[in-house]
Design a protein around this ligand. Sequence first.
Ligand code: 13P
Length: 258
Amino acid sequence: MSASASRPRPLVAGNWKMNGLKAGLAEARAVIARLAEPGFATGADAMICPPATLLAELATLAKGTRLQVGGQDCHTAVSGANTGDISAQMLADAGVTAVIVGHSERRADHAESSALVRKKAEAALAAGLTPIICIGETAGERQAGLTLQVVRRQLEDSLPSASNPANTVVAYEPVWAIGTGQTPTATDVAEVHAAIRETLVKRLGPGASALRLLYGGSVKASNARELMGVANVDGALVGGASLKASDFLGIFAEAYAS
Ligand code: 13P
């Protein structure tokens, strides 16, 4: 079950959440410019998932650059009477190549179940987008010793049958580590990521070692090298530290300097 044979190319994705006005695109421009400098973190991919209002403009800015653009959520349907929602096809039409689904803030604030998350991920795949499927335990679940059980179950129930190592990304985000400055120890991250990998291998076969498995939750430049160095961690999903170009780029500089 070693992942070393075909270690995936890392991905660092910034989730801006409900942050960012047009002026914030200056930060994305700075990221694009730095990524274009010869030799800068050439071993890793970069993505920004801005709010829906900035998606099309950022996708246009990022066209032909190293920066990929992702959405933060999508509806299960292609179109219809769903006021306020955005379909995966609309995201693709706006120039987006990936979409976060099942973020814990959506699971908690919008009562999204893993069954719904799977349907969203299916919609993403059908639109040609890469779903970034988020899973993670709450503080209470960790304290009760249920972390691996919860994470395995969320993964099993959220992963579409059409997923394969090339078209899907999984992000482990312990809920208690999001926006708190707290992170699990490297040993804890290694344990959970190994369990996720094992579950993926059971579902998808040995090729699952090539599926990108991100860690998210209070990632910043100062802890990026340690966290990104953990076995089976193939990049990061970054919230707060993705809003400023200097913070976001610091993560690449620390973890993926080349
Ligand atoms: P923070 O990096 O702000 O903890 O957020 C993580 C996250 O939720 C990314 O999706």
